[in-house]
Design a protein around this ligand. Structure first.
Ligand SMILES: Nc1ncnc2c1ncn2[C@@H]1O[C@H](COP(=O)(O)OP(=O)(O)OP(=O)(O)O)[C@@H](O)[C@H]1O
Length: 702
C-alpha cells in the first residue's frame, strides 16, 4: 500500500523543482493533523525512539481492528496523519524493528524527492484530499478507539480475534465498492478540484484517476463499516447472552424449587429403605438368637414362692458336651478303681502266682499298662471336649450380650425409627451403657452412618443430679468436639431431644469394640496386639501434642472401637481431663477420684492420704494393662476381682511388680514395653510422648 502511495507521489512529481514544496508538504501534514502550518522541518519532527518494550506495549494497545494501518501509524509515530505519512514511507521496509529513526529518515528522503516535484496541482489535489481524508482518518480513529474500548471490555473473548479476521476479509470484499460508495467525496472542494482539472465526468474521473491514498481511505472506511457491523453484532450477542443468562437463572431457580419439593420425598424414600433393611436385620438377629438359644441356652424363670427370678438354662449342645464329659469322668473313675484293686491284689499276693486267677506278675504289669493307657486316652478326649465347651461358652457369652441388646432395644423408647433433629434416622440399637443408649443412625444431610448416643437423665434424679450430669456431658462434648485424629472417634454434633434427654452424634465404627474382640478371642497374637496398642498410642500422642493436653483417664477395652477397615479408635471422653497450662511437672489434681475402671487405673489414683496428682502417665499405665490383657488373655492385677474387692484389698496399691505367665510366648521387647508402662512409681514412669518413642511402638530397630 505505501509503495503505491510512494509511487503516486513520485509519479506526480515530474522532476520539476519547486522551492515551496517542503512548505506545502508541511502545510498539508499540518492540515491533516490539525496542527498549525508552521510545522517543524522533517528532521525536527523526529519522534523519540521508544524502547522495544514500550513500542510493544503501544502496539498491543492499538492492535485490534484497524491493525493494518493504524498499528504502524500509532505504534511508530503515536497516531495522527504525521504517523500516517511516516507509515507510508516506513512500510517500504519489511523490518518493523527499525524503529522511528529509520522511518523518519525514509520520510525525509521521500520529502526530498517531493521537493523536486514542481507539479503544484498535484499538491493542491493532495491538499484537498488531505482535508477530506483527515476527517475520515479522525473518523477511523474514533471508531477504532470505540472498537478498542469494546475489545478491552470484552477482552478474552475468542471472537475478538476472529473479528479482526472478519475485518480484513470485509476490507478485501468491500474494496471494489469503496470507490463508488465510501469514497464518493462529500467534500465539495475535492470534487470541484478534480472536476476542474480534468474536465471529465466525475465517475470517469474517479475510475480513471483514483489515487492509492483514496483507495486506502476507502479501505479504512470499509474497515470502519466492518467494525461497526462487528460492534452491532457484539451488541446483539451481548443482548442474547443476557437473555440466555436470565433464562438460565430462571431454570436454576426452577430446579432449586423442584429440589426443595423433592427433598422430603427423597428423604422419605431413603429412610423407608433404611427402615426396611433395619427391620430385616432385627428379624434376622432375633431368629439367630432363637436358633442359638436352642444350642447354647436360654433365660428361664424360677419361681420361689412369690419371688420370680431369672436363671440360665443350658442349651442342648452344652448339655450334650457336659453329659459327654460326665461319661468320660465316670469311665475314668471306673478304670481308676480297677487299677487300685489290681494294685491291691498285686501287693497281697507278693511274689507268688495268684492261686485264684492264676495271674502272673507280668500279667499285673500288662493289665496296669492297659488301664493307664485308657485313662490317658480319656484325658485327651476330655481336653478336646473342654476346649469345645469353652468355645461354646464364648458363643454363649455373645448370645447373652445379644439377648440383652435385643431386650434393651425392645424396651427403648427410641426403637421406632425416629428421625432426630430432622436429619438423623435412628436404626438399630448398638448397645446400652450406664446412662446411655447408642443407636446406629443415618445422617440424611451428610449421607453417612453415624452413632447416636442418647443420654437419658433418670426422671427420678434430683434436679441437682440432672444438672451435674448435663454439665458433665457438655464438658465431655467440649473436649471431644475439638479432637480430629485418625485414631480418635469423631464427635460431630450434640442436641437436646427433650428435657431429660440429649444426643451426641459420633463417627460410626462398624467393627466390634476391643472388649467384644477379647471376649470372643481372649488372647490375640502378639503381632495383632502390637498394632492395636501402636494405634492407641498414636491417639494418645495426639492428645498430648495439642496446646490443650488431655488425659483420657478411662482407657479400657470397651473404649477402643474398630471401624470397618479395622482401624482402632479411642472413644468416650466422659472422664477425660484437660491439663491446664500452669500445671506442675507432677501433674494436676485428680478431682474425680473413685471414677473409672479400677483394673486399668494406676496406683496414684488410689492414693487416699492426699489428693492425687495425675498426668498423661495415667494413660500410659492403662495402655500397659490393655496390652498385657491382649497378649495373655487376662489383666495383670485383680483380674478375677470385682471393682469393690480391688478397692477393699488395695490390689492396685500393692501392684508393685508385673509378672508374666510362661504361656503364651511373648517377645522380650513386648514385655519390656509393658514393664515400662507399668512402672509403679509415677515419677519414674515415662509419659505418653516418651513411651511413644519406644522402638517396639515405632517399629524401628534398636
Ligand atoms: N461410635 C460408635 N460406633 C459404633 N458403636 C459404638 C460407638 N460408640 C459406642 N458404641 C457401642 O455402643 C455400645 C454402648 O456404648 P457406650 O459407650 O454407651 O457404652 P459403655 O462404654 O459400655 O458404657 P459407659 O459409657 O456408660 O461406660 C457399646 O457396645 C459400643 O461398642
Amino acid at each position: 500500500m505505501s509503495e503505491d502511495m510512494l509511487l503516486h507521489f513520485s509519479s506526480n512529481s515530474s522532476n520539476q523543482s519547486d522551492q515551496s514544496l517542503p512548505t506545502k508538504m508541511a502545510k498539508l501534514e499540518a492540515r491533516m493533523t490539525g496542527k498549525p502550518s508552521s510545522a517543524p522541518p522533517p528532521q525536527q519532527q523526529q519522534q523519540p525512539v521508544l524502547p522495544p518494550q514500550q513500542q510493544q506495549q503501544q502496539q498491543q494497545q492499538q492492535q485490534p481492528a484497524w491493525q493494518s494501518v493504524s498499528s504502524a501509524v500509532t505504534a511508530k509515530f503515536g497516531g495522527g496523519i504525521d504517523g500516517l505519512a511516516a507509515s507510508l514511507s516506513s512500510s517500504d521496509s519489511d523490518d518493523d524493528d527499525n524503529g522511528g529513526e529509520f522511518l523518519i529518515l525514509a520520510n525525509t528522503q521521500k520529502r526530498q524527492k517531493l521537493k523536486e516535484d514542481d507539479d503544484s496541482n498535484v499538491f493542491e489535489r493532495v491538499e484537498a484530499m488531505g482535508d477530506g481524508r483527515q476527517m475520515v482518518v479522525e473518523n477511523v480513529e474514533s471508531k477504532a478507539n470505540s472498537d478498542l474500548n469494546r475489545k478491552k471490555q470484552g477482552r478474552g473473548r475468542g471472537h475478538s480475534v476472529s473479528g479482526r479476521g472478519r475485518g480484513s476479509r470485509a476490507n478485501d470484499q468491500t474494496k471494489s465498492q469503496i470507490s463508488s460508495s465510501t469514497c464518493s467525496p462529500s467534500n465539495g472542494q475535492l470534487e470541484n478540484s478534480y472536476h476542474k482539472q480534468d474536465g471529465k465526468p466525475k465517475e470517469q474521473f474517479w475510475s480513471e484517476n483514483r489515487s492509492p491514498l483514496e483507495e486506502e481511505v476507502a479501505s479504512l472506511q470499509a474497515k470502519v463499516a466492518a467494525l461497526e457491523e462487528e460492534l452491532r453484532k457484539s451488541h446483539q450477542e451481548a443482548t442474547d447472552y443476557q437473555n440466555l443468562c436470565r433464562q438460565l437463572e430462571k431454570e436454576l431457580k426452577d430446579l432449586k424449587d423442584h429440589e426443595q419439593q423433592m427433598k422430603p420425598k427423597r428423604i422419605k424414600i431413603i429412610s423407608d429403605l433404611l427402615i426396611s433393611v433395619s427391620k430385616a436385620e432385627r428379624q434376622e438377629a432375633r431368629m439367630k438368637v432363637r436358633q442359638d438359644s436352642l444350642r447354647l441356652g436360654n433365660v428361664g424363670v424360677i419361681r420361689a414362692g412369690t419371688v420370680i427370678s431369672e436363671t440360665w438354662e443350658e442349651g442342648q449342645v452344652l448339655k450334650d458336651l457336659n453329659t459327654h464329659l460326665r461319661h468320660l469322668l465316670e469311665a475314668k473313675e471306673a478304670i481308676e478303681r480297677q487299677r487300685k484293686s489290681l494294685k491291691k491284689r498285686q501287693s497281697d499276693k507278693g511274689d507268688t502266682v495268684d492261686t485264684e486267677t492264676g495271674i502272673q506278675e507280668e500279667d499285673f504289669l500288662i493289665q496296669d499298662e492297659i488301664y493307664k493307657s485308657r485313662i490317658a486316652s480319656i484325658k485327651r478326649e476330655e481336653e478336646v471336649i473342654i476346649r469345645e465347651r469353652d468355645r461354646y461358652e464364648l458363643e454363649k457369652g455373645r448370645l447373652i450380650r445379644e439377648m440383652k441388646r435385643i431386650r434393651d432395644e425392645d424396651g427403648s423408647r427410641f426403637n421406632n425409627f425416629q428421625i432426630l433433629n430432622h436429619r438423623y434416622a435412628l436404626l438399630n440399637l448398638l448397645g446400652k451403657g450406664g446412662f446411655s443408649e447408642v443407636y446406629k443412625a443415618y445422617d440424611l444431610v451428610e449421607h453417612r452412618y453415624v452413632a447416636c448416643k442418647l443420654h437419658g437423665l433418670n426422671a427420678q434424679w434430683s434436679e441437682e443430679k440432672k444438672q451435674s450430669y448435663i454439665r458433665h456431658a457438655i464438658r465431655e462434648y467440649n473436649i471431644h468436639k475439638t479432637l480430629v485424629h485418625h485414631h480418635i472417634v469423631r464427635l460431630w454434633d450434640i442436641f437436646e431431644i427433650d428435657q431429660n434427654t440429649f444426643c451426641t452424634i459420633l463417627e460410626y465404627c462398624s467393627g466390634k469394640d476391643l472388649d467384644a474382640v477379647l471376649k470372643a478371642t481372649p488372647v490375640l497374637p502378639e503381632r495383632e496386639a502390637r498394632i492395636i496398642i501402636v494405634q492407641i498410642f498414636q491417639g494418645l500422642v495426639y492428645l498430648n501434642k495439642r496446646t490443650q493436653k488431655i488425659i483420657h483417664y478411662d482407657l479400657k477395652p470397651g473404649n477402643v472401637l474398630f471401624d470397618e477397615l479395622g482401624v482402632a479408635k479411642v472413644t468416650d471422653f466422659g472422664l477425660s481431663k484437660i491439663v491446664e497450662e500452669d500445671v506442675g511437672s507432677q501433674g494436676m489434681e485428680l478431682t474425680s477420684q473413685g471414677a473409672g475402671t479400677y483394673w486399668y487405673l494406676p496406683p496414684e489414683c488410689f492414693e487416699l492420704s492426699k489428693t492425687p496428682l495425675i498426668s498423661s502417665k495415667v494413660d500410659v499405665w492403662s495402655a500397659g494393662i490393655l496390652f498385657y490383657q491382649m497378649l495373655f488373655g487376662r489383666r495383670p492385677f485383680g483380674h478375677d476381682q470385682t471393682q469393690e474387692r480391688i478397692l477393699r484389698e488395695d490390689t492396685i496399691i500393692k501392684a508393685r511388680k508385673v509378672e508374666f505367665p510362661s504361656r503364651p510366648a511373648v517377645s522380650n521387647e513386648a514385655k519390656e514395653l509393658i514393664r515400662r508402662c507399668l512402672t509403679y512409681n509415677q515419677a519414674d514412669r515415662p509419659d505418653v510422648l516418651a513411651i511413644a518413642q519406644d522402638p517396639y511402638l515405632t517399629y524401628s530397630k534398636k
